[in-house]
Design a protein around this ligand. Structure first.
Ligand code: ZN
Length: 444
């Protein structure tokens, strides 16, 4: 069936930065088959979204969905203090709680215009099964794409790491589980709904051997690689003391920096390190709200973009943001870039680009992030007649400056999964209620 979205201001995010006022988007079998303005093509269904702005669906490049269970804790803590306080609570995670947490975080993300969710799960208490499967199930039920990851930690406190020993695993278990999940769940090719990435947690919770063997496994299986990097000054000091180099130099020495890798945060990168990211094609998940919430600093995103580094946006963990609202990160990225570099440092359209096409590039996806024929029909439709955009001369910039709160319609693979700002396949109050029941088990 051919569906036509008509009467909108369409922001394609293509190479030419094409926008169509009074434009239309034609969809068929999950993909965009045409986009333009003026004379409308034939369609079986015409949806009039007059006055709305249509952007590509947003792509989230860093998250920990399970952390919705433990929000507003360790309120004045640095990253390391925050982690040490929360690890013992996270050790109670099981598939039931993970499912409730994932539904909550994914629902929030979808209502903020997100059509592809990456999640970095690295807490695997011994004997608990089905954690990654639970979040994949949540995404499939709500109708959103997911890139889930088999994260890992094997450097416990007794070996000089940060996490408690009860939360670390042995290397063989990690690698075998990662390969099993990839075999069971990973799809490749255009339109993939579920993918698996390999994601050892961080330099201070993973041994060099697991980092190296994870990279070997990912490259053998054709999966992308992800980790946290250069988030705080404490991490920098930790790496210098333990490894005698900066976090980026450490990762480089392990053979990680390459086109199949993206790293979360990268707040503390020197200019030569930014150059190294650009030369190797290594991507960055910029998580401005989380970095501010934990007082970690502000990533030098303008310099990264000028150097040609791939950059996307992430809401990061729901316990250090505490929202899973990706469009708020679009606004936040603009604000922190300007806080560092002045009002010229980022335009509103550049900020939207980071949240859409930038994220797709970071995840190695050429089938999403842009509205163009042949690409997935993943679209966010934003109303412009609400209070927050009243008087906005440029509705596209207005969305960003206002930090618009809720998408009106969301299409994933051509399917309408949000309409009128409400989920189509689930009831948001039921999701919140089920989450409250689970979150009680994690109360302090
Ligand atoms: Zn994170």
């Amino acid at each position: 069936m051919k569906s036509l979205l008509a009467g909108a201001h369409v922001v394609t995010m293509d190479d030419a930065e094409t926008e169509f006022q009074d434009g239309w988007v034609l969809m068929e079998d999950g993909f965009v088959t045409g986009v333009g303005a003026g004379a409308e093509p034939e369609a079986d269904e015409r949806v009039d979204v007059a006055g709305a702005v249509v952007t590509p669906g947003l792509v989230n490049t860093h998250h920990h969905l399970y952390q919705t269970l433990t929000r507003a804790r360790a309120q004045q803590a640095t990253l390391f203090e925050w982690l040490v306080e929360l690890y013992p609570t996270w050790a109670r995670i099981d598939a039931e709680a993970e499912y409730a947490a994932a539904r909550t975080g994914i629902a929030e993300l979808m209502l903020s215009g997100c059509t592809t969710v990456f999640d970095h799960h690295y807490v695997f208490p011994r004997g608990r099964t089905g954690l990654v499967e639970a979040e994949v199930q949540a995404a499939q039920e709500l109708g959103c794409r997911i890139v889930a990851s088999r994260g890992s930690m094997d450097l416990g406190v007794s070996d000089g790491g940060l996490p408690p020993d009860e939360l670390v695993e042995d290397i063989d278990t990690v690698l075998a589980e990662t390969e099993r999940l990839a075999g069971a769940l990973h799809e490749s090719g255009a339109g993939a709904r579920v993918q698996i990435a390999v994601a050892p947690c961080s330099p201070f919770s993973v041994t060099g051997r697991l980092m190296t063997e994870s990279a070997d496994l990912a490259r053998r299986l054709g999966l992308n690689l992800h980790t946290h990097l250069a988030e705080t000054v404490e991490e920098e000091a930790y790496c210098r003391e333990l490894y005698g180099c900066s976090p980026v130099e450490y990762l480089d020495s392990l053979g990680w920096l390459d086109r199949d890798v993206w790293c979360a945060h990268c707040v503390h990168l020197s200019d030569p390190e930014i150059g190294r990211f650009a030369d190797t094609g290594t991507g960055v998940a910029h998580c401005p709200t989380s970095n501010l919430r934990l007082g970690a600093g502000v990533a030098p995103v303008r310099s990264m973009l000028d150097a040609g580094v791939r950059v996307g946006l992430g809401v990061d963990g729901s316990a250090s943001n505490e929202r899973s609202h990706l469009f708020h990160e679009v606004k936040q990225a603009l604000l922190v870039a300007r806080g560092r570099g002045g009002p010229q440092a980022m335009t509103a359209r550049e900020a939207i680009r980071l949240g859409t096409r930038g994220g797709a590039e970071v995840l190695g996806r050429s089938d999403i992030g842009v509205i163009a024929p042949g690409l997935c029909a993943d679209l966010a439709v934003w109303r412009t007649d609400g209070l927050e955009l009243a008087g906005a001369a440029d509705p596209v910039a207005g969305l960003v400056f206002a930090g618009v709160d809720r998408v009106d319609r969301l299409y994933v693979g051509g399917e309408l999964v949000v309409q009128g700002g409400a989920l189509m396949r689930a009831d948001e109050s039921e999701i919140a209620s089920a989450h409250r029941t689970q979150a009680r088990r994690f109360a302090p």
